[in-house]
Write a new protein. Structure first.
Length: 57
């Protein structure tokens, strides 16, 4: 009975650690990507403004 309980707690702990690692991996990739996409969007707006403002489009 005790061995079964220890085994289940070990599996639960491993799943919790895996969930934390998976979450941090997703955040490490997605947050910088999101920030880069925001910067690219602002750069495109700055480049498009003179074209639209002076009627060059």
């Amino acid at each position: 009975m005790v061995a079964w309980r220890i085994r289940n707690m070990t599996i639960a702990f491993q799943l919790a650690v895996f969930a934390l690692i998976a979450t941090s991996s997703v955040l490490v990739i997605s947050v910088p990507l999101f920030l880069v996409l925001l910067m690219v969007g602002q750069i495109i707006k700055m480049l498009y403004f003179p074209v639209h403002h002076y009627g060059l489009d």
